[in-house]
Design a protein around this ligand. Structure first.
Ligand code: FMN
Length: 375
């Protein structure tokens, strides 16, 4: 299933950057989810480029839901969302169509699709496709919200500018969603914007690290071995263009810790099982234990830059030079945050549906089955 993710709740994406439209089909979602179109618009607005730190391409993202919703609620049949492309400038790509942009998918797509690929604006590999993912993710977020599950992503680092880590997870997720630029601390946000503008002034681009939290997820979700919760989430997250690393909890930081510092001590808080630290990012043995899920992602610098680069002309099979002049993001990371939220919501919806069934948003109580007797 090349353009489809998910076992129980699945999302298929379609479209190209300069084609008529992009879109997504979500299958396997419960009936009775209130489809709040303003909420979907808000999520799309968070991904949309704005100001000097983003591409000049302006798309209104006026989406249409053409199936699976009746009288404002999901029906339980496939939901199809369509988003028209309006602001395309395909001429920007004509003269460089056989020059492989270093770090972009042009040459890889040529190898796979034998030259039949739509190369305009990066075709199916453009960041534009992520608008459809955000719309589908927003609907999954609405399903998760019915069970009190929320998702939020902020930028942890760009260049030398660093944000604080999550602390009060629920409140911090709310805080990120109130801000146009996805950070927890405004000052860090201003410094990050300066880092982006400085890269742009040098006709260059910059990457960084994001941090994501999932709050309110039930304990017992995840299907070890191969569909562990880490595997399901990272499968979805690695589908986002430009994500090159995913680490749960302390991640590679574990390498510098002894077990006594790395282990998360258990404790009972108000009768509930929790841990005093969350180095494992809320997942043990591939299964959630009801504490927040935390993971970070490495986002690479935008491949398309104005500086001259060495490359190849893959039609002529000769070396070439490339200086990119089209409209591009000097950094992807701030626009990637809502996309990471979306794929996380899709992955968690799928994991919940695999564990509890399609109707999980309507579940009254979590499974309370315990083996009787001592052990
Ligand atoms: C929201 C978003 C916006 C993007 N904008 C651009 C862009 O303006 N120019 C560009 O070269 N790449 C952009 N990208 C990244 C490319 O799509 C991506 O690097 C390329 O498809 C290769 O995939 P890979 O980085 O996963 O290997 C963007 C990605 C995202 C998620």
């Amino acid at each position: 299933m090349k353009n489809t993710f998910g076992q129980s709740v699945s999302v298929t994406v379609f479209g190209e950057s300069h084609g008529e439209c992009i879109g997504a089909v979500i299958d396997g979602l419960a009936p009775g989810i209130k489809i709040d179109e303003e909420f979907i618009s808000d999520r799309l607005a968070r991904r949309r480029p704005s100001g000097e730190i983003s591409t000049k391409r302006q798309e209104k993202d006026e989406f249409r839901i053409v199936s699976g919703v009746f009288e404002g609620y999901s029906t339980g049949t496939p939901i199809c969302i369509i988003i028209p492309n309006a602001d395309t400038r395909s001429a920007d790509y004509k003269s460089t169509a056989s020059l492989a942009r270093p770090s972009h998918a042009d040459y890889a797509a040529y190898c796979k699709y034998h030259g039949f690929e739509d190369y305009r604006g990066g075709g199916h590999f453009s960041g534009r496709i992520t608008a459809a993912i955000v719309a589908a993710g927003a609907i999954c977020e609405l399903a998760l919200a019915m069970r009190g599950i929320t998702v939020g992503t902020h930028i942890l680092r760009i260049g030398k500018a660093e944000d604080r880590h999550f602390s009060d997870i629920k409140e911090d997720i709310k805080l990120i969603k109130e801000r146009a630029f996805p950070v927890l601390c405004d000052k860090a946000g201003d410094e990050m914007k300066k880092e982006i503008l400085s890269a742009k002034e040098q006709a260059d681009s910059i990457g960084g690290i994001t941090e994501t939290a999932v709050s309110g997820l039930d304990a017992g979700v995840g299907e070890p071995f191969f569909d562990s919760l880490e595997s399901t989430i990272s499968h979805a997250v690695f589908s986002v263009p430009a994500i090159k690393g995913v680490a749960f909890g302390a991640g590679f930081g574990f390498c510098d810790m002894l077990g006594s510092a790395a282990n998360d001590p258990y404790t009972i808080d108000n009768g509930n099982v929790t841990t005093k630290t969350n180095n494992c990012g809320g997942i043990y043995g591939g299964i959630s234990i009801g504490t927040p899920i935390i993971f970070s992602c490495a986002v690479k610098p935008t491949p398309s830059i104005g500086k001259e680069q060495d490359t190849i002309d893959f039609i002529k099979n000769e070396n070439a030079k490339l200086k990119i002049t089209g409209r591009h993001d000097p950094a992807i990371i701030h626009r990637a945050c809502p996309v990471i939220d979306a794929v996380t919501a899709i992955a968690v919806c799928d994991a919940m549906a695999v564990r509890f069934g399609t109707d999980f948003p309507h579940m009254k109580v979590t499974a309370d089955i315990k083996k009787e007797g001592e052990r």
